[in-house]
Write a protein that binds this ligand. Structure first.
Ligand SMILES: O=P(O)(O)OP(=O)(O)OP(=O)(O)OC[C@H]1O[C@@H](n2cnc3c(O)ncnc32)[C@H](O)[C@@H]1O
Length: 208
């Protein structure tokens, strides 16, 4: 069984569209390392989750990156949502003329086994992220568990909160005239950071 290890039911709802009944939500709050990139956070999370669960796991680290604020809140999105809250992040963004932002997601898979090298260009891009995480000291030691990373990103604009769907920062992030909170799960997945990362993961996982 594949476990989506997360405390966030919104993430599993989105993952089910790609992985159906193949995925269980496993509610384990793995320790999140502090890093300036999502890749190493997701990779280390997947290793901790695999050690805990003992079966194949995916973990997903995501965040909102506001361009003119140098990517704030980025990897600190969860902390900032809990402390400032989404409405105040909008107030900060509102003061800026340039309100471009992106959502990014990195899915990390670990089943305790090493991965075959693959010539697929998507995989090459992901390996680059994995290598970057290793350079930062997240996985080069002899005993570290291999992790495979899948990335996704969507560009948009910060707007005043609208919509009841989705979760987290969805109400203040607009893509193509709609906030992600105004989209249903299928429509959000079709364009979202997580949808893109999940599509890459699901394709690779089905071929294993
Ligand atoms: O770590 P887990 O347990 O998976 O759950 P989490 O909600 O803390 O997950 P993240 O650390 O990946 O999330 C970082 C923050 O970004 C927000 N976030 C993540 N994905 C999002 C999405 O698709 N739309 C809106 N906000 C999102 C989320 O609400 C958090 O505040």
């Amino acid at each position: 069984m594949l476990h989506y290890v997360t405390t966030n039911p919104g993430k599993t709802r989105e993952a089910r569209e790609y992985l159906g009944g193949e995925v269980a939500q496993t509610n384990f709050d793995y320790p999140e390392i502090q890093a300036s990139e999502l890749g190493p956070i997701a990779a280390e999370g997947a290793r901790s989750a695999y050690r805990e669960v003992g079966e194949p796991v995916i973990v997903d680290d995501a965040g909102l990156f506001v361009e003119t604020l140098d990517g704030f809140p980025g990897p600190y999105s969860s902390y900032v949502e809990e402390t400032l809250g989404v409405e105040r992040v909008w107030q900060i963004g509102k003061a800026e003329e340039d309100r471009r932002a992106s959502f990014r997601c990195v899915i990390a898979y670990c089943d305790g086994q090493p991965f075959d090298a693959s010539p697929d260009p998507v995989d090459r891009a992901d390996r680059h992220v994995a290598a970057a995480s290793d350079e930062e000291g997240e996985g080069d030691d002899a005993g570290s568990l291999p992790v495979k990373l899948f990335t996704g990103r969507v560009q948009g604009t910060l707007v005043a909160p609208r919509g009841e769907g989705g979760f987290g920062y969805d109400p203040i992030f607009e893509h193509d005239g709609q906030t992600l909170a105004e989209m249903d799960t299928e429509a959000k997945n079709a364009i979202s950071h997580r949808g893109r990362a999940l599509a890459k993961f699901a394709e690779w996982f089905a071929q294993r």
